[in-house]
Design a protein around this ligand. Structure first.
Ligand code: PLP
Length: 459
């Protein structure tokens, strides 16, 4: 099909997600045709560096035939069978492999078809777990301001993003929100404060929320190792250790939402390992198959399964395609490549170069804060660096979306411009990227942000 025909059909029939479809009625829809390594190509043949790994998902980049061949082989053998009262070898093998890779006694794997379902499943599990163990009043969850945890009604209710949630009220009751670890802007941070002190203050907000809600009613705290939404908020030193202590004190579960942070994004198989804490549940998706198939998982500590090991008891929850054999085959082949090519080592070896390159942009007047870890960084743009003054809504629209986004795409770099908090550019390249691709990202950013700064100077 020609590009024109595809544009026409897409405008008439394809409902793109979180997308201003009105805008695309008279603007060209970017239509991607194929990919290779860290690059993707649109239908006109234009080449782009995939600086976002699709959507924080294509860890191994594009066009890995080892994965697609494993999927084809599985498809020929057994294309589908559910894991409801049955099992199949690839789901068993993958569950065992994840149990081996996950820290501590996180040994029980419940598959889902994506990240929202993993988060939804985690909330449902902690609720049923407490009901089964004699504490049915524990159902509430606490999460953080601006955090994104998915779109199904349960997961959506856990989001700390008003904008995302409010359209769909009334939501699932029992959620509350505390401050995130944005060291650049948090009201809890002050000049000269150490990272450890900041960590204690942030964790104390969680304790206060538990006390306010009533500790005997709170079931879980949902946190990402590095919070994506708002622009890569890293935890201050000791934060997760403090949170773990608080959760233990009140017998509340710590859910590490690693839909983005697992599978090498932070240079470790799981984000919890990087920051050295043991959650009760890890939710993951995206990088599990390097996006070659839709799949998610909830990985639980052994004790969570205990009430469900009694006869005539089961977790009252299931999803038809969860643990799909072809997705399991993709995940297994993906994990094989992680090992064979030392993908974690590649991220660890290049993280400081990536950071250095991005921090090298600080001389541009609108680059306010560079933050992140591994292959996961955010750059906050500001109007005035000295005062940290941000942009008005209209200015953010003009600078971030009309100018910066357009120029980045024209320059062949896919990344995300986001103003769910303050305006940020988010970067999350494939984990196979090396120094050349990281330098290319920084070069494009320098050119575009220098021009954007000139525009801002005229505001
Ligand atoms: N949790 C986190 C931390 C996420 O970043 C996302 C998606 O980006 C989700 C949950 C939802 O995952 P999905 O889009 O696969 O449903």
């Amino acid at each position: 099909m020609t590009n024109n025909r595809l544009q026409d059909l897409a405008r008439k029939h394809l409902w793109m997600h979180f997308t201003d479809m009105g805008y695309f009625q008279d603007h060209e829809i970017p239509i991607m045709s194929h990919g290779e390594g860290c690059y993707v190509y649109d239908v006109n043949g234009k080449k782009y560096l995939d600086g976002l790994s699709g959507l924080f998902a294509s860890q191994l980049g594009h066009g890995r035939s080892e994965i697609t061949e494993a999927m084809a082989k599985q498809g020929e053998k057994l294309a589908f069978f559910p894991i409801w009262n049955h099992a199949h070898p690839s789901a068993i093998e993958l569950a065992a492999r994840l149990a081996e890779l996950a820290p501590g006694d996180l040994n029980r794997v419940f598959f889902t078809s994506g990240g929202s379902e993993a988060v939804e499943s985690a909330w449902k599990l902690v609720r049923q777990y407490y009901a089964e163990t004699g504490e049915p009043r524990r159902y509430k969850v606490i999460s953080r301001n601006l955090a994104y945890h998915g779109t199904t009604m349960g997961a959506l209710s856990i989001n700390g993003l008003n904008e995302c949630r409010n359209t769909f009220e009334p939501l699932v009751p029992g959620t509350s929100y505390v401050g995130n670890t944005n060291a650049y802007r948090s009201h809890l941070m002050s000049d000269g404060m150490s990272s450890e002190e900041f960590a204690k203050k942030c964790a104390f907000e969680i304790e206060m929320a538990i006390e306010y809600q009533g500790p005997e009613t709170v079931a879980a705290v949902f946190l990402e190792p590095v919070q994506n939404s708002g622009g890569c908020f890293v935890p201050p030193a000791g934060y997760f250790q403090e949170v773990r202590k608080i959760c233990d004190k009140y017998k509340i579960m710590l859910v590490s939402d690693e839909v983005i942070c697992a599978f090498g994004r932070l240079g470790y198989m799981f984000g919890a390992e990087r920051f050295d804490y043991l959650p009760d549940i890890i939710t993951c998706a995206k990088g599990l198959t390097s996006a070659y198939a839709p799949m998610g998982a909830m990985i639980c500590r052994d004790y969570l399964m205990e009430p469900f090991l009694k006869e005539e008891k089961s977790f009252n929850h299931g999803i038809t395609f969860a643990g799909h054999p072809v997705a399991c085959a993709a995940a297994l082949a993906n994990l094989d490549i992680f090992e064979k090519e030392d993908i974690l080592g590649n991220v660890r070896r290049n993280e400081s170069l990536f950071r250095e390159l991005l921090e090298g942009l600080y001389d541009i007047p609108i680059v306010g804060d560079v933050r992140g870890a591994g292959y996961f960084f955010g750059i906050e743009l500001v109007k005035n660096k000295a005062t940290k003054e941000s942009f008005s809504e209209e200015e953010a629209e003009e600078i971030l979306f009309d100018f910066v986004s357009t120029r980045l795409v024209e320059s062949g770099l896919i990344c995300r411009t986001d103003d769910r908090g303050e305006p940020v550019i988010q970067l999350s390249p494939p984990l196979v990227a090396g120094p050349d691709e990281l330098r290319e990202i920084a070069t494009v950013l320098r050119a575009v942000l220098t021009d954007a700064a000139a525009l801002v100077a005229k505001l």
